[in-house]
Structure formats: C-alpha cells, structure tokens
Design a protein around this ligand. Sequence first.
Ligand SMILES: Nc1nc2c(ncn2[C@@H]2O[C@H](COP(=O)(O)OP(=O)(O)OP(=O)(O)O)[C@@H](O)[C@H]2O)c(=O)[nH]1
Ligand SMILES: [Mg+2]
Length: 214
Amino acid sequence: MEAEEHHRYAVVIAGGRSTRFGDRDKAVAPLAGTPMIRRVADRLLDATDRLVVNCRPDQRDAIANALDSYPNPVQYAEDEDPDLGPMAGIRTGLRGVEGWGGPDALAFVVACDMPFVEPSLVEYLFDRAADHDAAVPRLDDEWFQTTQAAYRAGPMADACDDALAAGEGKIIAPLFELDYVVVEDDEALEYADESTFENINTEEEFEAAERRLG
Ligand SMILES: Nc1nc2c(ncn2[C@@H]2O[C@H](COP(=O)(O)OP(=O)(O)OP(=O)(O)O)[C@@H](O)[C@H]2O)c(=O)[nH]1
Ligand SMILES: [Mg+2]
C-alpha cells in the first residue's frame, strides 16, 4: 500500500472577497464556460492526487457545485475567521492537508484565480521541495510567489500561525522560519511559461483570459 506521505496534495485557496472583480465571487465565475476554480483544479489533476479547498463557509456550496465529479478526492478547509488574508488561507488549507495526510505531507498551494497554472511546474516544485519544508518561485529576484508553491503541511501551517500571531502581515514572513528552496524565475520558466503566474483580479483581466481560451 502506498504510504500516506507519498500522496501529492493540492490546496486551492479561495477565501478572498474578489473586491477588484466586482459583485460576484471570481472563484466560481465561469471562465470560457468553466468556473475558474474548476479550471485551476483540472490543471492539477495529473500532478496531484488529493485536493483541499480553502474557502469561507458561505462559498462552499457554489464551489462544491463547480467541483462536482472532480476525479480526485476533495476535502474542504473552511475559514473560521474570514478576511485574515491569503496567508491565513494557506494556513487553513494546509491544516486540512495535515489532518488528512499528517504534518509531513507535501502540498502544492495555488490561488483560485490562477487558471493557467502549469502542471509541469507543479511537479518540479514537488521535486525541489523533497527533503525541505517548501519550494517557492521567486520572480525578478525579489517577489516570492507564495500562492503558487509547494509546502510541507505542518511546518508551514505552524509558521503561518506564528506570523499571524505576531501580526506579521507580509505573506513571505512564514518562509523565513522554514527550510525553504527558492526557484528563480529562469528555472521555473524551463517548465512553464509566464502565464502560470498570471492571476485574475479584474473583469478586464478575466475577459482577456477568456479570449485567449477561445
Ligand atoms: N482564506 C482566505 N483567502 C484569501 C483571503 N484574501 C485573499 N484570499 C485568497 O488569496 C488569493 C489571492 O488573493 P486576491 O487576488 O487578493 O483575491 P481577493 O482577495 O479575492 O480579491 P481582491 O478583493 O480583489 O483583493 C485568492 O485565491 C483569494 O481567494 C482571505 O482573507 N482569506
Ligand atoms: Mg485580496
């Protein structure tokens, strides 16, 4: 039987309010006919084998509907306190992973608004995170792409808790408590093109993505 730690978890964080997007939840907005979160989940289908979705309780029915018949097992990790930001979403999602696969389980975390996430990069980040606590892409030598990265569930969730308790809002703060590997953009772009890091914040960006998807 396969050992628990050999599962490859995906965490999609979706607990944001989509304020730049308008009056609907971008997570479930149909992007060229498919809810955006479903597009993200479908991109992860081959590179991961279990999915944890982080969202608020009031989002859950619509998201579950969007993920109907998803082939991999899905669990939900709901925000107890909403609006604590993406780092809290990562923390809560990773607690869900920890409850499912233990503290050493590895998870690829991605935001619900990154519909072009590249599966080959997901696999590469898992490989780079082996024997470490995290593998995080960095763009332009400075910008850590923490919402598209691989983390060991327990250590990263603990580090997020510490950062949140310290009132440390910067999403990179938890990293510095961990044994993390940086994947520079030139290295990441051997596996993906730049669209992997694209995130959709506005209706205009959504429509532009829709045109590309045809
Ligand atoms: N759980 C949780 N996730 C969040 C929170 N804020 C943002 N996120 C998620 O983090 C990712 C990136 O966030 P943003 O692009 O700012 O999304 P957003 O906050 O919904 O949108 P804006 O209101 O326009 O900033 C998305 O997947 C969001 O769902 C939060 O307070 N809690
Ligand atoms: Mg936001």
